[in-house]
Ligand binder design. Sequence first.
Ligand code: SF4
Length: 559
Amino acid sequence: MAKCVLISDQTLIYDYRNFPLLDFLPCAPTNSVPSAAYKFLKGKISPPINGGRLKYAPYALRKLEAALLRKYPESEIVVAHPDHLGKFIKEDTEIIGVTTMDPFGLGPVTMSYYALYESKELDAYVRREWEDLMKKIDILRAGKTAKLMIGGPGVWEYMLMPEEIEKHKIDYLFQGELDDVVCELFDQVTQGSIDNNMFSQSYVTYDDTFHRVVKQDSRFLSRGKGLKAFPSIEDIPDIINPSAKGLVEVMRGCGIGCDFCEVTLREIRYYPVDKIVKEIKVNVEKGGPGRAWIHSDEIFAYKHLQNYVPDQDALVEMFKAIMSVKGIRRTNPTHGRISIPSAYPELIQKLSEAMHAGPTNWVGIQVGLETGSDKLALKHMPAKTLPLRIGSDGSWQEIVWKGVYNMNKYYWRPAFTVQVGQMDESDEDNWDTVALINRLSTSTCEGRPFEFTVTPLLNVPLGRIKSKKFESQLSPSMLAVYYASSKHLAKMAAMVAQTQEATDPFAKYATAAMIHLGGVLMFKMVERIASKKGVDIRKAKSYGIEGKKEITAWNIAVN
Ligand code: SF4
């Protein structure tokens, strides 16, 4: 019997043809990418094994599975392949647990596409895929007693779309970390009696000024007063089966305190190296890829010293240990700050040596630049530059430039995000961001053009999401940021498409061609929209780099 069936949102388990930028593909509105192209580029879900279990599952599901296996036998806990759910959801199933990141397409990347396309309805591929999955679960669950629970970082979206809870007869939604208490929670849910000392029936949301607000609602669960606020490292189980992309986490929380970021509210906890290695071995030994994605929200904060000075020895030791696992050929951290490569080029060099980085093995990492404006950086993320400081250590743009230079020098390729729509943002701030992107796009490092991508994210107040008024909210200066980003992306798509990994040569060339073409089409489309909305295209093309063909050092005055 499958007492508990764990399922993933399908957009989290496609392989996206092993091209990292394509992970954002499901955020596109359905009318912007032909469905045939979407189907091809999303690639495949990992194959079913052992009668329909998922071979590689999102890391969060693997953690839940491992926590449940502390109490229940393997036969009762199933992480199911979406095409084989019918084999496991039966009369005796007690709980169906589904994890999601962006069920209705209200996440920042998806919202930024809606605004660009002035979409009148929420119809991104993420939403379509989620609806398909929920309908499938509805059919299989009909007439049975299994309780349906939703978890994962996308649960907040149900607060804005509560009608979806009734529509699919969802019993509970859980927000937060569950590693130490998932067995108790599942027991209470199946018995229909929630201990409110352990689990609060409420949800946490944020108002338009990012102040925390708690609202009572019996359908939403989170850790209650009777539990410690977060599980400790000892409470967090090691995964037992392989995770998608060979991903393992190395820490939780961050603590840097950017005012738009929820991660900073979580207690900071570090995995010891032997725990990290143990999980990577599970991935490799059970058929996972030779690449380990090292997850944190800020890798350079791993065991950081005072003032967020990186602990270089701890970081190098960790990556050396990761690369020493038999079968691991590549690794990359998922997220990090730019100020550390800016201030500590020797650390990036040492890490590159540990990771065997080089011209055919670039290290990808997501970096939140957020803005090109000193004013906004100081207001919203004053500690993100630490241990550097805007002013005494240069402007934010200068810190960023040096960081990209040092990353590219040692074969790190950052995927940047920048925000538009931040509180107290002016047109001038957005033009500062345009200048930063143009400068980076024109820069070279030891004769090579800077390699990076940049994705604009729209910071949408929750109230506006609720009213579903996304159209006409991009001002010309915001659109100028989209323009500069897509112009650079078209350039990078042409360069990077050739280097994507694929075993099938046809798939490799078809993917490369589609990525290249997609970059050009996206740029042309953004140019058309920006021009129609009154953006001065000549200004957007040259802002910040007037008269400069190539920037080889930070030799330009900031506007
Ligand atoms: S550094 Fe990153 S993870 Fe940390 S608080 Fe700032 S945005 Fe959040």
